[in-house]
Design a protein around this ligand. Structure first.
Ligand code: PHE
Ligand code: ZN
Length: 849
């Protein structure tokens, strides 16, 4: 039975499960349409839990048999699970169920992807495999037997036995059911090994479909780097004899941290220079690290309930960003993270989907794997670390691992280790977990008798369910420069706790120029009427790379805003200041590439909306084009020469040095294409021996409208490679002129390779459409209509991916009445569908509220 009933679950209703489980025994008899799952579980009464009826989760299972202490019983089944009478003391539960992995298109539970069996259990997918208390605070060791003729049969933990048609695994570490995994199929392994800090040898494998072995080297290198980093920086050692990674083509998310058996979307692990861009390599490195780091922050210490999701996700994102900073450039990583936060988390927190980092209620937990839980959750940890300092952070983490290893924890437990190690009262800081919305921070200043004063005011606009906000603890990193550009006060963290608060700097000989919120030390919107000449001064002189970038980004936003609202010409004073940075060959090319990127149209829409102006997507597109054109013309004298300095004449390497050069070269090529109609791009395309250069050139050709031949040749070259073809689908929809975007997306849905049930392919087309801002928001509403048609269609097969894609409508209230009405109509049309999934019902209800 399918459960579509919307039911709200509350954090405040938490109660412990009435029994504990020492060990879980599972046997799988694999068959595509009739897999049998046998379970044997020893339950013991949980002395810490209130009296309750015995209930096991179970959804879409065909019960075959159930027994208690060897006696057959007939439980009472519902769409959510079963209940039955149980003995007072300990007892042994046995059950057999039948499931049909080949028919499972939701990609949750046990399903099939290209003939291979695999599982996805987080958050509540285990209940689609067998009857079980499917909640993270019930932890047990798992012993698993897999029967089937597939050559490779994997599960969590260590292999204990195998033979003709079977394999057995035992995981000695107690874990919740969401970390269970099983994979079986015709797979080949790319092997590796790692010796841990205590000298234990760990066998490593990346399992792929035959033919993909050549795309595993980078994943393996990244895994080994991650294992070494977690030992060095956090003192965390791996704890099994074997660590397996599997690449799966059909996967709803990026990857999953199942104990000892991480399952990856193939796009998040497979890479080769010919088929993957620098950005792909960097993302793979980060995701491998993220999933590996979960072994301690997520698996050894897990979440008590799903409201605590940020306990593992915020911390693990924070850890993977520290890792990337160490492997690459911390400044470039920070700027990239803030771009991402503003592009994905700010719209969420400023619209109808806004929720706290730790939500207090939900209907479908899958809808809360959000930028707020992940990225804002990581920002909160960054603030905490800044407030207590690096040493105290390290001490608190040591205590966290020592005190909570093997437990299912809460945010209260997490904060307590900081309180206990530092003596700090974190009551007010905890509001970051409970209060939703993006705080606004405004600042004014004065200078008198050598004393410089900054007056700050904070306030957070109302969000759904939270009309009134309290002041938050804001770490505000500030530095002061004197008028000749020297830093006179190095970065100092001001700790703001009140709604309004002043900070004084004494003994200054001249009025300084402040650099505020260095490193983006708190996830807030900073409102400050900074004069443009001061921003240009910071762009030229700030010692903080983030604020240098921010000054330019601010000037860019102001420039575009003046162009659309007042018809102004591009700000040439800004462009000239920017030119000096971009041409400064002493600076990191990756940083210069970030400086060259303009604010996106979606970012501009957000900015205008915040200023009380209704954004016009067509005007924003026209202004961005005009500004790019102006840059190309103004800089025509040196673009080609500077691009020549970005050439790499060493064998391809995905590391920071080469990829930074290619990023800058790519940004310059895009401007050059405006001058030469695509000649340089075509030459780069023809000569490219790696995907970064090939795809970058193709993007320029699409933008220039000179793409027909190149798109065809690209498709011909790569038609057998799914991951490259995803790029082909996405690029043309994202980069095409907006007036053709909807038609192109629609045409691609009839392409023979448009396998819409594959989440990567679906997202390639429709995620790209949403990224083509003016194209998606085409005035006639055709973009909204097309997407809604496909969301309705996909929901019948895959509610999770559908629900996640619904969030592209989250900014709908920002736009003009016509567009707003059209988006509302489409959302209502989706909402009215009979049989709509619980996932999508919750999303559209929140979007419309
Ligand atoms: N826990 C996974 C991760 O971060 C994400 C995920 C959630 C994957 C739910 C699948 C399903 O790292
Ligand atoms: Zn995670």
């Amino acid at each position: 039975m399918k459960d579509t009933s919307p039911q709200t679950i509350y954090l405040s209703d938490y109660t412990a499960f009435g029994w504990t489980i020492a060990e879980m025994h599972l046997t799988f008899r694999l068959s595509p349409s009739a897999t049998r799952v046998l379970s044997r579980i020893r339950f013991e009464p949980n002395p810490d839990a209130p009296q309750q009826p015995f209930f096991l989760h179970g959804e879409e299972l065909k019960p075959i048999r159930a027994a208690i202490d060897g006696t057959e019983i007939t439980p009472e089944y519902s769409a959510q699970g079963l209940t039955c009478a149980v003995p007072d003391g300990a007892f042994t539960w046995e059950a057999e169920v039948e499931i049909a992995p080949a028919e499972n298109t939701a990609l949750e539970g046990l399903y099939m992807s290209n003939g291979m069996y695999c599982t996805q259990c987080e958050a509540e997918g285990f209940r689609k495999i067998t009857f079980y208390p499917d909640r993270p605070d019930v932890m047990a060791t798992f012993t698993v037997r897999i029967e089937g003729n597939e050559p490779v049969k994997l599960s969590n933990g260590n292999p204990t036995a195998s033979g003709d048609g079977f394999a057995e695994w035992h995981d000695p570490w107690p874990k919740p059911a969401y970390l269970f995994a099983l994979v079986a199929g015709d797979l080949v392994n790319y092997p590796g090994s790692f010796t841990t800090m205590s000298g234990k040898e760990v066998e490593l494998n990346i399992w792929v479909r035959p033919g993909d072995e050549g795309k595993c080297a980078w994943g393996m290198e990244s895994l080994i780097a991650s294992m070494a980093w977690d030992e060095k920086v956090y003192g965390r050692e791996y704890d099994l004899d074997i660590f397996n990674i599997v690449a799966v083509d059909d996967f709803n998310m990026g990857a999953m941290e199942n104990k000892g058996l991480n399952v990856f979307n193939s796009s998040a692990v497979l890479a080769s220079p010919e088929t993957s861009t620098d950005a792909n390599f960097e993302r793979i490195e980060a995701i491998i690290a993220h999933e590996y780091f979960h072994n301690w922050t997520g698996n050894r210490i897990t979440c008590r309930d799903w409201f605590q999701l940020c306990l593992k996700e915020g911390l693990t994102v924070f850890r993977d960003s520290q890792f990337t900073s160490d492997m690459r450039s911390p400044e470039v990583k920070r700027i990239g993270d803030v771009i991402d936060l503003r592009a994905r988390q700010f719209p969420e927190d400023q619209g109808p989907l806004s929720h706290p980092v730790r939500p207090e209620s939900f209907q479908e937990i899958n809808n809360f794997y959000t930028a707020t839980v992940y990225e804002k959750g990581a920002e909160v940890i960054g603030m905490l670390k800044r407030l207590v300092g690096d040493d105290a952070y390290a001490k608190a983490l040591d205590l966290y691992f020592e005190r909570h290893d093997g437990q299912a924890c809460t945010i209260e437990d997490w904060l307590a280790v900081f309180q206990d190690t530092t003596g700090r009262d974190l009551t007010q800081f905890k509001r970051w977990y409970a209060q939703s919305g993006t705080p606004h921070l405004s600042v004014s200043e004065s200078f008198e008798n050598g004393t410089y004063t900054l007056d700050f005011t904070q306030s957070t606009p109302p969000t759904p369910g939270q009309p009134d906000k309290l002041p938050q603890v804001l770490p505000i990193a500030v530095g002061l420069l004197n008028p000749n550009g020297d830093e006179i006060v190095p970065t100092t963290v001001l700790e703001m706790t009140e709604a309004t608060q002043s900070f004084r700097f004494e003994g200054l000989s001249a009025r300084p120029v402040p650099s505020i919120l260095r490193g983006f030390s708190a996830p807030v919107v900073l409102d400050r009427d900074t004069p443009p000449e001061e921003k240009r001064f910071l762009l030229a002189h700030d010692t903080d790379a983030f604020n240098r970038w921010e000054a330019s980004r601010d000037l860019g936003r102001a420039c575009l805003s003046a162009m659309v609202t007042q018809g102004s010409a591009p700000d040439t004073a800004w462009l000239d200041a920017l030119e000096r940075v971009i041409r400064d060959e002493a600076l990191d090319p990756a940083f210069r590439a970030q400086m060259l990127a303009l604010p996106t149209q979606a970012e501009m829409a957000q900015q205008l909306h915040a200023q009380g102006i209704t954004p016009d997507p067509d005007a924003l597109y026209a202004a961005s084009e005009a500004l790019r054109e102006a840059m190309a013309q103004r800089w025509s004298g040196w673009l080609a020469d500077l691009r020549a300095t970005c050439a790499v004449d060493a064998p391809y390497d995905p590391g920071a040095a080469q990829s930074g050069k290619r990023a800058l070269g790519g940004a310059l090529l895009s401007l050059l294409t405006r001058l030469d109609g695509g000649a340089a791009a075509q030459a780069q395309y023809d000569a490219a021996d790696n995907m970064t250069l090939q795809l970058g050139a193709l993007g320029c050709l699409v933008q220039a409208g000179a793409d027909t031949a190149a798109l065809a040749s690209f498709a011909k070259q790569w038609q057998g490679d799914r991951l490259v073809m995803d790029k082909w689908f996405a690029l043309q929809v994202a980069a095409i002129a907006p007036d053709s975007a909807v038609a192109r997306a629609e045409a691609l849905t009839s392409h023979p390779d448009f396998d819409w049930k594959n989440p990567n392919r679906f997202r390639a087309v429709f995620g790209a459409l949403a990224m083509n801002h003016a194209g998606f928001h085409t005035k006639d509403g055709s973009g909204y209509g097309l997407l809604a048609d496909w969301l309705i269609k996909l929901d019948e097969k895959n509610p999770q991916t559908t629900a996640r894609m619904c969030s592209v409508f989250q900014t709908w209230k920002r736009y003009d009445a016509g567009r707003r009405a059209q988006m509302q109509t489409q959302l209502e049309r989706i909402a009215a569908r009979p049989g709509l999934s619980r996932d999508v019902t919750e999303m559209v209800t929140r979007l419309l509220s």
